[in-house]
Design a protein around this ligand. Sequence first.
Ligand code: UD1
Length: 381
Amino acid sequence: MKKKKKMRVVIVAGARPNLMKASPLIEAARRHKEIEYYLVYTGQHYHRLMSKVFWKDLRLPAPYTDLGAGSASHAVQTARVMVGFEKVCLRLRPDIIMVVGDVNSTLAAALVGAKLGIKVAHVEAGLRSFDRAMPEEINRILTDHLSDYLFVTEESALKNLKKEGIDRRKIYYTGNVMIDTLARFRKKAKNSGILKRLGLERQKIKYALLTLHRPSNVDDKLTFKRLIAALSRLSKRITIIFPVHPRTQKLLKEFGFQINKNRINCIDPLSYIDFIKLMSQAQFVLTDSGGIQEESTFLGVPCLTIRKNTERPVTIKEGTNKLVGSSADKIIREAGKILNSKIKIKKRRLPKFWDARAAERIMNVIASPLGARNDDGIRRQ
Ligand code: UD1
């Protein structure tokens, strides 16, 4: 009997948050004998602490190839990924290219796929901040419009895609793969020694966890300066732990800013397991990241988002998130409310399908000969 041809899926990851999303997709693909998968790393993030350390933590297989794209302007970085990835696609001839999130590598790989006539699947489709000054918003819109399969994490994404006229038959509400990963590694994170290493455990020191890397917050000298001043004020009330993103590190140096290290503990970027432990024990999180808004909602930790908008409104509606912009007064006021316990976290209600089975649903859709299954309420038409 003739052997059935396997479905060849290339999963693309390029930057740190992509790795958390690729991990459960690979796990789920492994369980499908009709799927043959390849992980392609673009090398957008190349710093050991932004890439290599995650391989072990997330039990990722060695990538089929690393395109070594590295840092550059948007055009150059996107083009480098495209040139490298096109060669890979011509060699592998995949049936499906699966891209995750909204980084430059996501758009670059989707463009290559669409031009070669290969089906593109976008995991985490439909999110919109409605702010085109964000490079990620451009990446999100274009990737969605190039995709044949759009896998969404929340209700708002469905609405956005419908409004943009995307064929409903392409859209699947499958849940959040980032949460799959969090649920899977949460237990392991409990054993992380990070609190001890930072000297937070013995005296049971209360702390807030800070991350900052958006161009809108750190690229502009004045905005960044104002933020540092606000955080310094806040640090008089609570210890702040700040794992510094390489982009932020570079700008701190360039602008010649000094952070009072007695109050704000600036540390290197952390491994996934250590970061999850630190987040789960924090009094609250201050961030401009997308994924952390979702992770803190899942963990039930209050999150103050240092942005004017969010593409993940479910974290506000059903989760623990609040937008505070970059105004010093608002940051301090809202943090103060948490510290004075004026904000009680509502009984935790997790958004639909944030149940650690998103990747499984996605791979079921991909593996199905009709490209869809209705049995789990996945397809929305
Ligand atoms: C990228 C994504 C952003 C995501 C973030 C997660 C885009 C447009 N941006 O932002 O959506 O939230 O990743 O971390 O795709 N750098 C290093 N080492 C590295 C990587 C970066 O030093 O391994 C420094 C370089 O100076 C580089 C700068 O960070 O120029 C920016 O890197 P880049 O990949 O362009 O964007 P991120 O800010 O990391």
